[in-house]
Design a protein around this ligand. Structure first.
Ligand code: ATP
Ligand code: MG
Length: 454
């Protein structure tokens, strides 16, 4: 028997988030959640798997996602056609209708979680990626559009991200798009030799999406194409003007990008993207838009909606580019011990310290053994703890513990002269540590381990 085992790796395009990066993710999520909360948004969690038909209908048949990116499979038990969610809006809208969530008025919700798209993996483009999104269901005016946009701005500000700009457009309603579409098709047909294969394929199915092309050879053509904005009727224009007015009054900078589209039937009026130049080709960190007709097409009562989704990997990369966060500490207290009796006392004391609300790492044995005092103290230093609690034979004999400050001077207490280490009776150790650690933070019980310096 060979003891060479086959190495197992993650699926291509699907990433692990390792402990070293976890603090950044946590910081992003905590900040986003508190911003959302400050605007009255509530959390919603929907399943990662839905019926394939939901996405086909909510996203639109002639889109990148539905045409070629969905992870779809048959349930091997009953043959149901299922899909790993490629985005969050469809599931939220399904849940809103299924549970009649908007029955007593409009709702503001947010979600976060993994999405799955079978794309070619590259920087900023993965097969499993995380989105943080919000949906406002039941609001029709431009005020909610502005709120969602300004909520994003507040998040960038809170995270210290200043290289993100806003692009804005209105895609009107279905009638307006229909008239524009006819002219657009005629325009592209007159220039058919400039279209690439994908554009030709989309010419009659989804010509609006051709405007989105990244093909350099087609840029002049799409730049001179008929602009949807000039087909907007009075109501759509008033909505767009209303949005811009609120943004202007609140000092939100934006550029109107007439080529910004959502090529989906159920999207209308406001579309926006937050874009950065700091990430190379995949620079869109957040995309949003209105989808007023969507809920009705799913059999719900006519209910307007608007939302956005942020690509979390791209935002984490932006945060990294601004500077690494300070190394996070694992714990407040690291417990060092030597000998069986000391280990027992350490275990009991660690539980009591946790009861008091502090975080404790108890030194535990590895295959190499429990380790000398010296090697345990090294671990204590590396943990980022404020204090090491040391229990050896002498401490057991005298019913005390040694408390060593790892980050500076001990405040008060029975110092040993150097003010770095104190001998504290076993029964007073918890109070002593709480006093040292919580007291040092002005009795701020909500002490943080992770500090991020942009
Ligand atoms: P693109 O045109 O770049 O493919 P999209 O229109 O497919 O973008 P949306 O469906 O609007 O993107 O998704 C919202 C956000 O989610 C994007 O702006 C991006 O930040 C992020 N995102 C989308 N697809 C991926 C992916 N495969 N990997 C990482 N992040 C992604
Ligand atoms: Mg895409």
């Amino acid at each position: 028997m060979s003891d060479k085992k086959e190495k197992i790796s993650a699926i291509k395009g699907m990433n692990d988030i390792l402990p070293a990066d976890a603090p950044l993710w946590e910081l992003f999520e905590n900040t986003a959640e508190s911003v959302l909360k400050s605007y009255g948004y509530q959390k919603i969690v929907t399943p990662i798997v839905e019926e394939t038909g939901l996405f086909a209908r909510a996203i639109g048949a002639v889109t990148d996602i539905v045409e070629k990116e969905m992870y779809s499979f048959e349930d091997s038990m009953n043959g149901d056609k299922l899909t790993l969610r490629p985005e969050g809006t469809a599931g939220v809208v399904r849940a809103v209708i299924e549970h009649n969530l908007a029955y007593d008025g409009p709702k503001r919700v947010w979600y976060k979680g993994p999405m799955f798209r079978h794309e070619r993996p590259q920087r900023g483009r993965y097969r499993q990626f995380f989105q943080f999104g919000a949906e406002a269901i039941g609001f029709s005016g431009p005020d909610i559009d502005a709120e969602l946009i300004m909520l994003c701005r507040r998040l960038w500000d809170d995270l210290g991200l200043d290289e993100i700009r806003l692009e804005l457009n209105s895609i009107g309603n279905a009638d307006e798009r229909q008239r524009h579409r006819a002219d657009l098709i005629a325009y592209f047909e007159a220039n058919i030799d400039v279209l690439d294969a994908e554009a030709k394929r989309r010419l009659h199915a989804n010509p609006l999406r051709i405007l989105d092309t990244k093909n350099p050879a087609m840029q002049d053509l799409v730049n001179a194409a008929p602009q949807l904005l000039s087909y907007l009727g009075e109501e759509s224009l008033a909505h767009f003007e209303g949005l811009k007015k609120i943004l202007d009054a609140n000092n939100v900078q934006y550029t109107v990008n007439p080529r910004l589209v959502r090529g989906l039937d159920y999207y209308n009026r406001t579309v926006f993207e937050w874009v950065t130049d700091a990430l190379g080709a995949q620079g869109t960190v957040c995309a949003g838009g209105r989808y007023d007709p969507l809920i009705e097409t799913f059999g719900g009562k006519p209910t307007p909606g608007i939302g956005f989704a942020m690509g979390m990997e791209r935002l984490i990369e932006l945060m990294k580019a601004q500077g690494e966060p300070a190394a996070p500490s694992q714990c407040d207290v690291y417990m060092v011990h030597q000998g069986q009796e000391a280990q027992m006392k350490a275990f009991i004391l660690a539980e009591r310290i946790r009861d008091a609300g502090l975080d404790v790492v108890l030194h535990c044995a590895t295959p190499a053994g429990a380790g000398s005092f010296k090697s345990q103290m090294k671990k204590a230093d590396g943990s980022g703890a404020a204090f090491a609690v040391i229990i050896g034979e002498d401490e057991v004999a005298n019913d005390v513990v040694a408390v060593k400050s790892l980050r500076g001077e001990v405040q008060g207490g029975a110092g040993d002269g150097a003010q770095q280490q104190a001998s504290v009776p076993f029964t007073e150790a918890v109070d002593y540590l709480v006093d040292q650690i919580v007291g040092a933070h002005d009795h701020d019980h909500d002490h943080e381990h992770v500090h991020y310096h942009p």
